[in-house]
Structure formats: structure tokens, C-alpha cells
Ligand binder design. Structure first.
Ligand code: PMP
Length: 417
């Protein structure tokens, strides 16, 4: 993917040549807009069914109740809520976060929790604290696109470990770690989205979780477990997060973005004490403190509203959408295609026949009024050409069925070519 950084964005004079190109830090060289961003602007037109974005569907939120809570926060605790706060985050909210994590059998102390601006900031801070330019970061292949961008911004050397329908393949992780150790490489952590992976939709099988933890412990490697979707399960038994199995070596990232709202921008990291202290210092230098106001509203929401019921309501809505997508794919997709069958989360990962390039096909799909994310965005340095991520979180079941119909008609004409 070669994009000339000087041509990435028009400057205020309207020229596409960036006059500051020689001034940027080396780490900014990799910060370029995605090639498909322009197409996504077109894809947001109302006539296009977007199976591209991963926006949570917040239409079921109790807006009146949230409005009242916001007002109460200003009137009843404005003196603290509108003031600077702590870099670690509000202690009351940190206690409530432990109760949320307990739903997934994670046993944690509020002292070890750091509130962050979404789990995205936690990812950024962890990378800032651990990664020097050239250090190796291991991730699943494919993996969350903005994690790749974060690691690249800190000039990590990113390597992917392959997955199958049961998540990352432990033997592949072990082999790669052994090879990197032999080469004397500094491997900093293994970043994983083990439950309802974004973009793959798959979940790491319980027996593999033990293997992955055992391998990482043997190589003295930190695991960064990113779990924003764990509570969004539509069928089957819950799977314990890696952090519920082991406190050692695991930095756990959580978020309210999918179970409440991404607008509050509240996530968290749970880390061993020494790492926690570094992360708190990193928060201070990044932003002094968190928004007390947002934390107070979320705290009141958790204290006064039936939030586990709200999550159940979200899950019913998302289950219907997932079912609409899987049944349409089952009924319509050409036999040469395959796709994953997520039991939670937002995403299906499809594999197209040999010779079809999903990025090249996207303009034709958008012409036919359907959009998806090409698989290449989820790999660093190549891969995913025959894949696409299909999101079922935002469109209605009817729109999803129509979107899949349009997608299949583009795909069929592509196969015939
Ligand atoms: N990790 C993963 C795997 C995600 O899918 C997302 C959101 N798309 C995030 C982290 C960031 O979420 P937030 O910052 O809103 O908590």
C-alpha cells in the first residue's frame, strides 16, 4: 500500500502538497488516511446499505433517563464533576467497573483499574509505555485496524499470528515466539481480541486460552487482552476472559462503548500494579485527568438503572441482526465463498473465491449501493485481499437482507468476469 504522504490531504491553500512534509517526526510517516476513506464518504449516503461501519446501535438507550442523570450530576455534584479529577479515574466508577468485570468472572481490585478515554486510549498508553521503535508486537491476523494504526504510530514491527474458527493457533504463536527469541528480537506483547474478534468474528476456544497463557508465560511475554464485546453474546456458554484465568502477564482492556454508549468515551485498563503506575503517569502527561463529568454520569447510570437488562435488550437486537446476516449469506452466497459464524459481537469475516480482490470490487459494490470493509485494512504489510468484514450491528434486519442481496449480485458478476 504505497501512498505518498505529501499527497495525503489538501492543505489550507487547497494544494495537495504538504509544506511540512520534511518537519514531521518519523513516527508520523505511517499516519496516512485509508485509501478507502473517500469511498466510505459515499457509502454513508442513505441509499447505500453499509455493512462497513462498526458503530454500536444506541437506539435502545433510555435517553430521558440519561438526560436526567446528566442534570443531576450538574446540580447535585457540579463542584466536583466540573472540576479536574484524578488521572487514575473516579474511585466510585472504578469499583463499579470491577462489578462489570465480575459478570465475566474477573476478580479485580479497584486499585488496579485505570479509567481511559475508551479502550482505544488504553491501547495507545500501553503501546507508549512498552514499545520502542523496532520492537515486535504480535497480533492475531486479521486484527483490529486501529490497533494496527496505534502500534505503527509507535513504530512497532507488527507481526500477525494466524487464526482459524477457534481463534489464534497456539502452535503458530509458539513457533513464531521461538524464532523471534532465537533471532534476539525484543517482543513486547501479544495483542489479542479473543472474544468475538474484530474483524474475524471468531472466539478463542477455552482449551486454547490455557495454551496461549502458558506459552506467553513461558516466553515471559505480556498479553494485552482487548475485550469490548465479551458481554454481547447471542448464543452459547460464556467463555472466561484470559484475565479471569491468570492475573500474571495479562493487561486487560474493557469499554462501555458497546454495552452503554461510545459517546461517553469511557473504557479502562486493568494491569499488574507496576504497569498500572506507569499507565497513570502516562495518562497525566497525555491529558492531566479524565472527564469527571462523563465518569459521574456513567457512575450514576450504573448505580440507578437496570443496566444488565439494557445489555440483554442490546443482545436481542443484535442477535436478530446477526441471524438476518447469516441466513441471507447461507441462502445467497456463491458456493465458493465461506464466512465465520459469530456467537456474539458485531462482525462476520467472509472469504471470497481465488482471484477476487475485495478492495478492487468495492467501488462496484458502492455503485450497487452496498458497502463493506476490504480485508486488507486488518493486516499490516499485506494479506486479506480475498476477505471482507461485514458488520451487522447498525442496519436493520431488512436492510441487512437487502445489503447481502446487492453484495451477492456484485460478487456473482465479478466471478463471471
Ligand atoms: N478494540 C476493539 C477490538 C474495538 O473494536 C474497538 C472499537 N471499535 C475498540 C477497541 C475501541 O473502542 P473504544 O475506544 O470506543 O472503547
Amino acid at each position: 500500500m504505497s501512498v505518498d504522504p505529501r499527497e495525503s490531504q489538501p492543505n489550507p491553500q487547497g494544494s495537495r502538497i504538504d509544506p511540512y512534509v520534511d518537519a514531521y517526526a518519523a513516527r508520523a510517516a505511517g499516519m496516512v488516511a485509508s485509501e478507502v476513506r473517500a469511498l466510505f464518504a459515499v457509502a454513508s449516503r442513505p441509499e447505500v446499505v453499509s455493512l462497513a461501519g462498526g458503530m454500536p446501535n444506541i437506539s435502545a438507550l433510555p435517553l430521558d433517563a440519561l438526560g436526567e442523570l446528566a442534570q443531576q450530576v450538574v446540580v447535585e455534584q457540579g463542584r466536583t464533576a466540573l472540576q479536574y479529577g484524578s488521572a487514575q479515574g473516579d474511585p466510585v466508577l472504578r469499583q463499579q467497573i470491577c462489578e462489570v468485570m465480575a459478570l465475566e468472572e474477573i476478580d479485580a481490585s479497584p486499585d488496579d483499574v485505570i479509567v481511559t478515554v475508551g479502550s482505544q486510549q488504553a491501547l495507545d498508553l500501553v503501546t507508549k509505555v512498552f514499545v520502542d521503535p523496532g520492537d515486535v508486537v504480535l497480533t492475531e491476523g486479521p486484527t483490529y485496524v486501529t490497533a494496527i494504526n496505534t502500534f505503527a504510530a509507535y513504530q512497532a514491527h507488527i507481526e500477525h499470528i494466524p487464526m482459524d474458527d477457534d481463534g489464534v493457533i497456539p502452535e503458530a504463536l509458539e513457533e513464531r515466539l521461538a524464532a523471534l527469541t532465537r533471532q534476539g528480537k525484543r517482543v513486547k506483547f501479544f495483542y489479542t481480541v479473543p472474544t468475538f474478534n474484530n474483524p474475524a468474528g471468531v472466539t478463542l476456544a477455552p482449551e486454547r486460552r490455557h495454551r496461549v497463557l502458558e506459552i506467553c508465560e513461558r516466553f515471559n511475554l505480556l498479553v494485552v487482552e482487548d475485550n469490548p464485546y465479551g458481554l454481547l453474546r447471542y448464543e452459547g456458554d460464556p467463555v472466561r476472559p484470559l484475565r479471569a484465568e491468570s492475573e500474571r502477564n495479562v493487561i486487560y482492556l474493557g469499554s462501555f462503548s458497546k454495552t452503554l454508549s461510545p459517546g461517553f468515551r469511557i473504557g479502562w485498563a486493568l494491569a499488574p500494579a507496576a504497569v498500572r503506575d506507569k499507565l497513570i503517569l502516562a495518562v497525566e502527561s497525555a491529558m492531566l485527568s479524565h472527564s469527571n463529568f462523563n465518569q459521574a454520569i456513567v457512575g450514576r447510570y450504573l448505580a440507578t438503572q437496570p443496566w444488565p437488562e439494557q445489555i440483554k435488550e442490546f443482545n436481542e437486537m443484535y442477535r436478530a441482526r446477526r441471524d438476518a446476516m447469516l441466513s441471507s449469506l447461507d441462502a445467497l452466497m456463491p458456493p465458493e465463498c465461506s464466512w465465520t459464524r459469530p456467537s456474539g459481537g458485531f462482525f462476520v469475516w467472509a472469504t471470497l473465491p481465488e482471484g477476487i480482490n475485495s478492495k478492487a470490487m468495492l467501488p462496484r459494490a458502492v455503485n450497487e449501493r452496498v458497502a463493506y470493509v476490504p480485508g486488507t485494512g486488518f493486516y499490516y504489510g499485506g494479506g486479506g485481499e480475498r476477505n471482507m468484514r461485514l458488520s451487522f450491528c447498525y442496519p436493520t434486519p431488512e436492510q441487512i437482507r437487502e445489503g447481502v442481496r446487492r453484495l451477492v449480485s456484485v460478487l456473482e458478476s465479478e466471478i463471471e468476469l
